[in-house]
Design a protein around this ligand. Sequence first.
Ligand code: 5GP
Ligand code: MG
Length: 170
Amino acid sequence: MIGEPLFDAPTIAGRVAELGAQISRDYAGKKPLLIGLMSAATTFVADLIRAIGVPCQLDFIAVNQFGDGDGIALEKDAAIPVRDRDVILVDDTVDTGLTLQYVVKTLQERAPASLAVCTLLDRPHRRIVDIEIKYRGFEVPDVFVVGYGLDYRGRYRELPALYAHGTWPA
Ligand code: 5GP
Ligand code: MG
């Protein structure tokens, strides 16, 4: 059910390098705390952190979606305190924005010095809630994307490129 590659590995690497350079400029003299959303964003954040030229820390958060997707809970919290830190939240895909809205609100309550969102993929026309995205890799059309850490029912995370999957998970 895997279709055409949307973005091949060199294209992804090139874009990640650009994002890393942009973050390095914006955070010159600072020590940002990258917080990756598990599990899909782990591949992206692993590449991104190596493209950033300022000292970084790395942590992870996992969220659980239940019900129709409007129920969201923290499954694994960050271990490093975010108070007074320059946090960069790293996600794989922003679709409706509901997941990120929950995580952003949760982290904002802990009084970081700043909070920016970096997402590999963005599907802006699907947005339900307004989310400010500072760094985005690629805009994607209405296809379900797999590979480069993104799964379809637990499969395809290991693929080095991003592919369109023929169907959306039920
Ligand atoms: P949102 O809450 O913004 O609607 O959903 C975002 C989450 O849904 C993402 O973090 C991601 O885990 C999942 N998601 C959205 N679109 C895709 C996609 O095309 N492929 C995969 N594998 N996951 C997706
Ligand atoms: Mg996700």
